[in-house]
Design a protein around this ligand. Structure first.
Ligand code: NAD
Ligand code: LMR
Length: 340
């Protein structure tokens, strides 16, 4: 079958020999905004991912250099660069996953919502092209404000008649990455073993880490420490924006987080069982139409949106406190997409 590539059966290569030759599906990943601060290291990390067979890099500026550079790396993925709007269709054709880190980042003093006016239009036009050229692709939305750009994408897809709620993901993995790092540091547990669900949305108080469910569990942390960890996770983005002092926001840690999430989506598509990541998706976990929580990934994208599990009193208060802001960001995105 042409859509499949055989591997693991090359005789003479001891390392590749296996009893049943594994069949690895072709997987095409497109990155929109590939030459940006996130786009470049994310392109690198996706080029290193052995599950990717075709990597399509699109940006309105700087693509040829980035694509040529990444293409010299001797890994499987075939790299193609697409540099101008007329090439967006070609960039998207056949994509299984489209990752979107296109748009402007914050400067000190700004909220993510301050990016709405510019990024809403960018996301809308990119999603219009996705609906046309790869309507079945899984979309990983990185562009901020995620709490609004995901609802915008859903409305664009609805208008085009292509919306599949199982295939639209707001990438909140960086919040999980941060919560894990900060928890490991405070709880003095090995960071590689740590897991912390982060729910809600992706801005300020809408980011709700559930440290009561963190593993390995510890009783070494008191209320004040949990509060400080929660605040640091919620303000993690701002910490980077301030440290970069006008030169943008998180790019390297975001590329890492984006690569982890895309890898989880690829594994889900390939039928690997029990792939669970937190993501901002269409949801009935709360009364809000979109909400980040643990999601089981599968061959069609979302296999199951998992519930919140037991919350501490502190987390319950945080959950109620975040709902009005998250709802208004969701509504703002929907309103924009309906009006434009
Ligand atoms: P950047 O300015 O370095 O890169 C953005 C890239 O997007 C640029 O190369 C630009 O040419 C490109 N671009 C602009 N309009 C485009 C269009 N119409 N089509 C294709 N490409 C286009 O910014 P960055 O630091 O990479 O951040 C990108 C976005 O990601 C920002 O909105 C930022 O807030 C967001 N972000 C999200 C998270 C998250 O956790 N979800 C984390 C970090 C940053
Ligand atoms: C982050 O969390 O680092 C991103 O959303 C970028 C930002 O503006 O903080």
């Amino acid at each position: 079958e042409s859509a499949f590539r055989r591997s693991g059966s090359r005789s003479g290569h001891l390392l590749h020999r296996s009893f049943a030759s594994a069949v690895t599906p072709e997987r095409r990943v497109a990155i929109l905004g590939a030459a940006g601060g996130i786009g470049q290291p994310l392109s690198l990390l996706m080029k290193l991912n052995p599950l990717v067979t075709h990597l399509s890099l699109y940006d309105i500026a700087g693509t040829p250099g980035v694509a040529a550079d990444v293409s010299h790396i001797n890994t499987l993925a075939e790299v193609k660069g697409f540099a101008a709007e007329e090439q967006l269709g070609q960039a998207l054709e056949g994509a299984d996953i489209v990752i979107i880190p296109a748009g402007v980042p914050r400067k000190p003093g700004m909220t993510r919502d301050d990016l709405f006016n510019i990024n809403a239009g960018i996301v809308k036009s990119l999603c219009t092209a996705i609906a046309k050229y790869c309507p079945n692709a899984i979309v990983n939305m990185i562009s901020n404000p995620v709490n609004s750009t995901v609802p915008i994408a859903s409305e664009v897809f609805k208008k085009a008649g292509t919306y599949d709620e199982k295939k639209l993901f707001g990438v909140t993995t960086l919040d999980v990455v941060r919560a894990k790092t900060f928890y490991a540091g405070k709880a003095k547990v090995p960071v590689a073993e740590v897991n912390v669900p982060v729910v809600g949305g992706h801005a300020g108080i809408t980011i709700l880490p559930l440290f009561s469910q963190a593993t390995p569990a510890t009783n070494a942390l008191g209320d004040e420490e949990i509060h400080a960890l929660t605040k640091r996770t919620q303000d993690g983005g701002t910490e980077i924006v301030e440290a970069k002092a006008g030169k943008g926001s998180a790019t390297l840690s975001m590329a890492y987080a984006g690569a982890i999430f895309a890898d989880a989506c690829l594994k889900g598509l390939n039928g690997v069982p029990d792939i669970v990541e937190c993501s901002f998706v269409q949801s009935t976990v709360t009364e809000l139409p979109f909400f980040a929580s643990k999601v089981r990934l599968g061959k069609n994208g979302v296999e199951e949106v998992l519930g919140l599990g037991p919350l501490s009193e502190y987390e319950k208060r945080g959950l109620e406190a975040l709902k009005p802001e998250l709802m208004s960001s969701i509504e703002k995105g929907i309103k924009f997409a309906k009006a434009n």
